[in-house]
Design a protein around this ligand. Structure first.
Ligand code: ATP
Ligand code: MG
Ligand code: MG
Ligand code: MG
Length: 477
């Protein structure tokens, strides 16, 4: 079908030419002005109809939400707010939308309401802008890695190992869940399951990506990951997309350099390529801010905030230094934190992370060298024997956006760690094999894609930056 995109038409191409556009009606005013949107841009194109020339029954079907096709001439617009418009010569209805029942009316709907209409919410300006930004960020992620010598590996979705040992896994099984075959001792007999063993949906592609880094050098995986997070926060989903680069011969410093450069690069990409959507989202946020008490308002408009990130260095702070800051800070002393930080070794909660970023350093922070006890088994033990070469990147308004580390490359240390944590060596024989054959210093990190989209769009809830959010008790769509 030979149609024009509204984005192209608004850029001034095709002036005074015959054009054809298909899209969804946003509004239809005075039986004359149709605001049409086809998803290619946040802006609508105005289509001017001469109702005397068009069939009345046809015009009756033009209502908010209807899918239509117009043909006509692109002319300069005399009206305010748009540079060009289409003088409609003919109009076709692809599909009408009953105005009585169409849920997306030309008014402001709450985000909560729109979550219940996840199949239609992309028709709103906010969600179309967010989803175009999501797509642009995804492209920027691949572009960054492809231009920097990384290979894309597709790690498996169904795995036989629970990488983190965190227990938040979704099991995959073909056994009858009500009446599974049992062994003599009463436990479930997984030898009769499809794979002949217990399997689950992946919580991270890291371990498999590591194996590929130890042959291709620099790799990344970017796919869905699944965690049965039993909490309802605005930062957690049960199904989210994770970007996980893994690099041979990179130590923790090189890993931190890469992560910082990567984030700055993808945010620069959207600053350059998503101007209209960013301006729309920024304005939306400013309107929302006006309804909040002054103390809760964000100090920086969205675009300025993104530029601040791309133009300034992230602050690198060791866990030990951070704990000192937290122990002595006012909110901790005045018991304003829900969890009071008393001693070295405590895991940071998001209130602490956000304090460090938003109040103390006032910039993104990379925390490194965490206590071994609160981090995963595969992280490289430091010479002090109690900290590991881990790093988390903390962002304003978000908290943790990246978790990464230098990986333990020494077989004996790794095995000892696994033993202490009761991780079955037999389950991970392939992982420990890497330390037997050509082992080397290597590192990587995981960045939750939705947290990146959340930050770049200024949205407040992770449910609003993924098309169909999966959270406890919610898989309607
Ligand atoms: P958090 O402390 O926020 O629960 P985590 O430490 O459990 O995160 P990691 O295992 O380090 O998460 O995963 C790497 C990254 O994946 C995190 O830094 C975050 O950006 C993202 N992430 C983790 N869990 C989720 C989730 N449930 N939903 C969305 N993103 C997530
Ligand atoms: Mg978690
Ligand atoms: Mg964490
Ligand atoms: Mg983490």
């Amino acid at each position: 079908m030979n149609t024009n995109s509204i984005k192209d038409l608004l850029s001034g191409k095709h002036l005074l030419q015959e054009v054809t556009v298909s899209g969804w009606v946003k509004t239809f005013r005075s039986n004359r002005f149709i605001a049409l949107n086809d998803g290619s841009t946040i802006q609508n194109i105005q289509c001017v109809v001469d109702f005397e020339k068009l069939d009345e029954s046809l015009l009756k079907q033009v209502s908010t939400g209807a899918a239509i096709k117009v043909k006509g001439t692109l002319v300069e617009s005399q009206g305010k707010g748009q540079s060009v418009e289409i003088q409609v010569a003919s109009l076709e209805i692809h599909g009408g939308a009953d105005p009585e029942t169409y849920p997306i009316q030309p008014k402001k709907h709450t985000l909560e309401f729109l979550r219940e209409k996840a199949h239609l919410r992309v028709r709103t300006n906010t969600f179309s802008a967010v989803m175009r930004m999501r797509s642009a960020l995804s492209f920027a992620v691949h572009q960054y890695f492809q231009q920097n010598g990384f290979y894309h590996v597709h790690t498996p979705i169904i795995t036989g190992s629970d990488a983190e040992g965190a227990g938040e896994i979704f099991k995959v099984s073909t056994l009858d869940s009500k009446k599974p075959p049992l062994k003599e001792d009463g436990s479930v007999d997984y030898s009769e399951d499809f794979f002949g063993k217990e399997t689950n949906l992946t919580v991270s592609g890291q371990l498999e990506a590591e194996t590929y880094a130890m042959g291709l050098g620099k790799v990344y995986t970017f796919g869905p990951t699944f965690r049965a997070e039993n909490s309802n926060t605005s930062r957690h989903l049960a199904e989210f997309w994770m970007i996980e680069p893994e690099m041979a011969f990179y130590d923790l410093d090189a890993n931190m350099d890469l992560a910082e450069d990567f984030i700055k690069s993808v945010l620069s990409y959207v600053l350059e390529n998503c101007k209209d959507d960013l301006e729309f989202l920024e304005k939306r946020l400013l309107d929302e801010e006006k309804t909040k008490p002054a103390a809760e308002r964000s100090e920086m408009p969205l675009i300025e905030k993104l530029k601040f990130i791309t133009d300034n260095n992230f602050k690198r702070v060791s866990y030990t230094e951070a704990i000192e800051i937290l122990r002595n800070c006012k909110p901790n002393k005045k018991k304003k934190f829900k969890y009071i930080i008393n001693e070295w070794g405590a895991d940071l909660q998001s209130e602490h992370e956000r304090f460090l970023v938003e109040k103390h350093f006032k910039c993104p922070v990379i925390l490194f060298d965490y206590p071994a006890k609160i981090k995963a088994f595969y992280m490289r033990l430091n010479e002090d024997g109690k900290t590991v070469r881990a790093m988390d990147i903390l962002f304003p308004g978000i908290g943790e956006i990246v978790g990464g580390s230098q990986r333990e490359e020494r077989l004996d240390v790794l095995l000892e760690k696994m033993k202490a944590l009761d991780i079955d060596e037999k389950e991970l024989w392939w992982y420990t094999d890497l330390r037997k054959y050509g082992s080397a210093v290597h590192s990587g990190f995981g960045l939750g894609f939705e947290r990146l989209v959340l930050f770049a769009t200024g949205m407040g809830n992770i449910r609003d930056v993924i098309p169909f959010p999966r959270t406890p008790q919610n898989a309607e769509f």
